[in-house]
Design a protein. Structure first.
Lengths: 260, 347
């Protein structure tokens, strides 16, 4: 399975007359994980929603596998790219399994029924939801619900998956689990763009880090090239970048509050 | 669970059909004149042309006439309209992600009332024969829906929140217009009040045929969007990312359900609570999946109006209550019970 290349060119997005994205260009190779990082209000979620086709840019272009997702029929688009982020509280008591199954709501002629059942089990398994499958989603905690929506995106199975803060509501164990799942998706050829707040999580699971501030892309670097200058420039705080004692990946530590 | 739910919902279908049979039997035999069930069965077997022919038994011939010209179209219209109201209610509740939404969200009921009230006040009742008031009510219903829709649609995107508010505003504007007309046309107030309370007494074979003609294709179109509605009930943006044609689905669902409701209301006047309570109650038992919820709401909504009309006919003989009074009288307390019940379940 080959992943989708994501190309963003001179992207400008306006909301209420204000430029939220100010001419962003970058590319994500097929089968790679790119973490979009930056301070609050930098335009990270907006960038993902424009790439998904949900928001229309004022100018510039987005292509996934060479086509603009917004130009496709919704059911074709759903096979190419999906976005998974925070959702409004569920209004009705669909079960976990019913909710995950909605990932294929737009799929026209599905593969065989057996394949579909297999994919469903895989998606439930990937987020450790098999035991919760008959629970109404209205009875779940926000973390459990977040896993259900992630599983739905996996079951939808598009080439490109956009994850908007997939670990906000998750405990540490699931945070590590989802990071591993993200790597796993890339190994299977999926392209993943994920907004992450925890820089260290981004450094562990991404191939590229895309730094946004104020609607501009300031740095697009590999984890090994992240320096304290870059982080300082983006967040306006002093940090140290060290090598993780166990993983060997770069590791960011904020300044000690006692020193400041 | 999935198969469990399917099995339970199949039992619900069976129960609904049984209710329907009982409702039909009672609806045909009870009324200001009660007819023994054997007359009903014999008259049905004979068909409309031979049932009313005076035979050796005068009562039986009278029974045949009452059945074929009055009661049969009446029970059918009750079932068709109840089904339409409840399915439209399930659609609106799903679309607005709110179990308190009812089929009149777009102002269909007040629009229909305005049309009919204008017709009554201006004495247009006879211009197009029996079709005048229904035609005016239908035009009023669709006019109101179009106004609410236009107010909340911008660049081909319809904002559901604005739609809800515009519906409330337009409805209350129309209600005050109706009050205004009632004061001016005081000599026709009785007629106006009776119309706006909703009654099935004006049912005829023509109204049955007309309401079937738009309800059946309308319900089919709605059922075909059940999966999209499931996705939409998670919110429009999640549904977009799942690959649903959000604006197309919304437009079809809103307009088709309003059309189905407008058609029913045009003949009977507004009938409340069926479209609010039935889908709500069915969802508690059958779950929120619209592939089950919509047809089951249709079945039980039809039954609910059938039984409500039965009560309307026999509760205060020889007088007949407007069925809208019965649905409100029984619906409001039932709704309060459901509210308390679902709150207890959540806690």
């Amino acid at each position: 399975m080959s992943g989708g290349r994501v190309t963003v060119q001179d992207l400008v997005f306006r909301r209420g007359g204000r430029e939220v994205l100010k001419g962003i260009s970058f590319e994500v190779e097929p089968g790679r994980v790119a973490a979009v990082v930056g301070p609050n209000g930098a335009g990270k979620s907006t960038l993902l929603k424009v790439i998904s086709g949900y928001l229309k840019p004022a100018s510039g272009s987005v292509t996934v596998c060479g086509v603009d997702p917004a130009s496709l029929h919704p059911s074709e688009r759903s096979r190419l790219v999906t976005y998974s982020g925070d959702e409004p509280d569920p209004a009705f008591a669909f079960t976990v399994q019913e909710t995950v199954e909605m990932g294929r709501v737009a799929a026209e002629a599905p593969v065989s029924r057996a394949d579909l059942a297999g994919a469903l089990e895989e998606a439930l398994e990937a987020l450790q939801l098999a035991g919760l499958r008959d629970r109404p989603i209205t009875s779940l905690s926000s973390g459990e619900r977040q896993r259900v929506y992630l599983a739905r995106a996996l079951y939808q199975d598009p080439l490109v998956i956009l994850l908007d803060e997939p670990t906000t509501h998750l405990d540490m164990a699931y945070e590590v689990h989802v990071a591993g799942m993200t790597r796993d998706l890339a190994r299977r050829g999926k392209t993943v763009l994920t907004v992450v707040h925890d820089l260290n999580l981004a450094l562990r699971c991404a191939d590229r880090l895309v730094f946004l501030r104020d609607g501009r892309l300031l740095y697009n670097v590999a984890p090994g090239d992240v320096t304290s200058e870059i982080v300082g420039d983006i967040y306006g705080v002093e940090v140290r970048v060290a090598s993780h004692p166990v993983l060997g990946t770069p590791f960011v530590t904020p300044p000690s509050s006692r020193k400041a | 669970m999935a198969t469990e739910r399917a099995a339970r919902n199949q039992r619900l279908v069976a129960a609904g059909l049984l209710f329907l049979l009982v409702g039909l039997a009672l609806g045909l035999s009870l009324g200001s004149v009660s007819l023994p069930l054997r007359y009903v069965i014999r008259a049905l077997a004979k068909g409309p042309s031979r049932a009313a022919v005076p035979s050796t038994d005068e009562t039986e011939a009278l029974a045949g006439a009452i059945l074929w010209t009055l009661r049969f179209p009446r029970v059918l219209l009750a079932f068709i309209e109840g089904a339409g109201l409840a399915v439209a209610g399930s659609v609106m509740q799903g679309l607005f992600r709110n179990p308190m939404a009812d089929p009149y969200v777009l102002g269909v009921s007040s629009g229909a009332s305005l049309g009919a009230v204008l017709g009554i006040a201006l004495g247009l009742g006879g211009v197009f024969g029996m079709w005048s008031l229904p035609a005016l009510a239908f035009a009023g219903a669709l006019g109101s829906a179009a106004l609410v829709y236009a107010l909340s649609t911008h660049r081909k995107r319809t904002d559901t929140w604005t739609l809800l508010l515009a519906g409330i505003a337009v409805s209350s504007l129309i209600s005050s217009l109706i009050a205004f007309i009632m004061v001016i046309a005081r000599e026709r107030v009785d007629e106006i009040v009776f119309w706006t309370m909703g009654a099935l007494s004006r049912a005829s074979w023509m109204s049955v045929a007309a309401s079937l003609a738009y309800t059946v294709p309308g319900l089919i179109a709605l059922f075909r969007h059940a999966r999209a509605l499931n996705a939409l009930s998670f919110g429009e943006e999640p549904a977009f990312h799942m690959g649903v044609q959000v604006e197309e689905a919304k437009r079809t669902l809103l307009w088709t359900s309003s059309l189905v409701v407008a058609g029913g209301v045009a003949f009977t006047g507004p009938i409340g609570f069926i479209g609010l309570i039935v889908p709500h109650a069915v969802r508690l038992v059958a779950g929120p999946d619209h592939r089950w919820l919509m047809p089951l709401s249709g079945l039980f909504g039809g039954n609910a109006l059938l039984f409500a009309d039965l009560v309307a006919r026999v509760i205060a003989p020889p007088r007949e209550m407007p069925v809208g009074v019965i649905t409100a009288l029984s619906g409001a307390p039932f709704f309060l019970y459901l509210l308390a019940h679902s709150r207890r379940r959540r806690e």
